[in-house]
Design a protein around this ligand. Structure first.
Ligand code: ADP
Ligand code: 5GP
Length: 200
C-alpha cells in the first residue's frame, strides 16, 4: 500500500512549522520532505537539514531538469519540493508531509488528487500578527509582507479538505493527527488489503 501525501499550508506565522514538527514526532512511518530554496539560511539552519540552499541558477536548473514536484516564488525567493525523494518514499509505503505555500499546494492537488490538503489558520489575523512578531525571526518589512499575503492565502480555502484553527496548540496538533488517522482508515485507501483478506 502506498503512503499518504499530506500537504500543510496556511499563512506564515499560523503555526504550520510547529504542528508539522509535532506530527513528525507523533505519527509512525511519517517523514518530512526537505525543500530546496534560494532564500539565505536563517540562524541555525543547515543545508540538507532544514532546506537545500540553492543559488537562483541552481534552482532554475532543477526546474529545467524536472526535478521538482512543485515550486513557487514565495516572498521573492524560490521554494520547491524535490520530486524523487517524495515519489520513492510514498511508493515504499511511507507517509510524507509537505509544509508548503498555497501555490505549491495547488500544484500538488492537481498531480495527486488523493493527497490530504490541510489548511492551518490562527483564530484571527490579530493573533497571526502577534505570533509573527513573537517569533522574532523576520524583519519588519518581511512581517508586513507576510501579513498582507495572509488573507489572499486564506481565500484559496476551497481547494483544501480540512481547516485546523490553531488557537490552543495541543488541541490543534490532536486535530491534525486525528484527520490523518481517519484518512488512513478510509475504505478507498484500503481496498487492496480488504480484497486480499477476502481471498484468504
Ligand atoms: P509558520 O510555520 O506557520 O510560519 P510557526 O510554527 O513558526 O509558524 O509559528 C509562529 C510562532 O507562533 C512561533 O513562535 C510559534 O512558537 C508560535 N505558535 C504556534 N502555535 C501557537 C499557538 N497555538 N499558540 C501560541 N503560539 C503559537
Ligand atoms: P520560510 O522562509 O519561513 O522558511 O518559509 C516561507 C514559506 O515558504 C512558508 O510559508 C512555507 O510554507 C513555504 N515553503 C517552504 N518550502 C516550500 C516548498 O518546497 N514549496 C513551496 N511551494 N513552498 C514552500
Amino acid at each position: 500500500m502506498s503512503g499518504l501525501l499530506i500537504v500543510i499550508a496556511g499563512p506564515s506565522g499560523a503555526g504550520k512549522g510547529t504542528i508539522y514538527n509535532s506530527l513528525l514526532e507523533r505519527l509512525p512511518n511519517t517523514i518530512a520532505s526537505i525543500s530546496a530554496t534560494t532564500r539565505k539560511p536563517r540562524g541555525v539552519e543547515q543545508d540538507g537539514v532544514h532546506y537545500f540552499f540553492k543559488t537562483v541558477s541552481e534552482f532554475e536548473s532543477m526546474i529545467e531538469r524536472d526535478e521538482l514536484l512543485e515550486y513557487a516564488d514565495v516572498f521573492g525567493n524560490y521554494y520547491g519540493t524535490p520530486k524523487k525523494f517524495v515519489m520513492d518514499s510514498i511508493q515504499s509505503g511511507k507517509n510524507v508531509i509537505l509544509e508548503i505555500d498555497v501555490v505549491g499546494a495547488a500544484q500538488i492537488k492537481r498531480k495527486f488528487p488523493s493527497c490530504i490538503m490541510m489548511f492551518i489558520m490562527p483564530p484571527s489575523f490579530e493573533v497571526l500578527e502577534k505570533r509573527l512578531r513573537g517569533r522574532a525571526t523576520d524583519s519588519e518589512e518581511s512581517i508586513v509582507r507576510r501579513l498582507s499575503e495572509a488573507k489572499r492565502e486564506l481565500s484559496t480555502y476551497e481547494m483544501f479538505d480540512y481547516i485546523v484553527f490553531n488557537d490552543d496548540l495541543q488541541q490543534a496538533i490532536s486535530q491534525a493527527e486525528a484527520i490523518i488517522c481517519a484518512e488512513r482508515n478510509k475504505i478507498s485507501r484500503n481496498e487492496s488489503k480488504i480484497k486480499q483478506l477476502l481471498n484468504e
